[in-house]
Design a protein around this ligand. Sequence first.
Ligand code: APR
Length: 308
Amino acid sequence: MRKKITIIGAGNVGASTAQLIAKEGLADVVLYDIAEGMPQGKALDIAEACPLWGSSVSVKGTNKYSDTKDSDIVVITAGFPRKPHMSRDDLLHANADVVKAASEAIAKTSPNAIIIVVTNPMDAMAQLVWKTTEFSCRRVMGMGAVLDAARFRTFLAWELNVSPEDIEAMLLGGHGDQMVPLPRFTTVKGVPVTEIMKKNRIDLLIQRTRSGGAEIVHLLKTGSAYYAPAAATYQMIRSILLDEKRLLPCAAYLNGEYGVKDLYVGVPVILGKEGVEKVFEIKLSKEEKAQFRESCSAVRKLVKKLAI
Ligand code: APR
């Protein structure tokens, strides 16, 4: 039997993720949204593209949680996107209400699912989902650092005039503005960028990556990024569903790893059929540790505001 993936929130990120899953024929997809007709319309449109893609998965839109029953993976994108001059943190309380309600419903309808949280501020939302569902922390994670890394890889590829495929980027910490890039472990076919680029150029690209989401928000004016967020979410889904055991940076629950306790924050993990199968620890320099601590305390502040 084919696997079933539910996407809560059939907006830009949700629908784009559904499109990628359907196009690749990875699993059946259910698109859930609060807006009436919209998830049904988008699902129908994607389903009608399947013959052209040579895909035979089923794609359904719904406003009922009962249709999402027994999903293997649930992706939460529901909420409100960022507007210009809004930080991800401004979204905190509005999105927390949406995400909490979704978590309660998922815990009842898909008690064995693995959940990928996309809604921002993502790290705090992942903690909220974990607390609300009471799922094992291996089955709740957040998408952020895969996207941050993809942005960094893009800018490095442009600067060095090489294929972005040949660039591997490693980073840690909270998603977006709070990310901690690790240029020592960021390489072009294994060669650290620190050996082939000047520090000031690397720093400029790090800065652009940190504000990569805001750059797109300012250009779009009516919403936030969705093509790359959907592609990043798809990469995580694929690693779990096909048990690829990719080493990807994701928001994962830390219980002492990296010296951090009881917090969801971005770290490299192994993603397989069990979800977060292992937090991959790397030895950080003094400076990297300090940056990571600062990033963790910014995430912890948000979690405290949620009083969970
Ligand atoms: N239940 C289900 N869906 C909901 C609910 C709810 N309670 N409240 C809002 N939604 C839906 C909206 O109807 C909308 O279709 O969530 C969807 C969000 O889609 P967009 O507004 O297009 O936002 P999107 O760009 O997809 O971003 C979603 O991902 O990257 C993050 O910061 C981004 O938090 C945002 C999320």
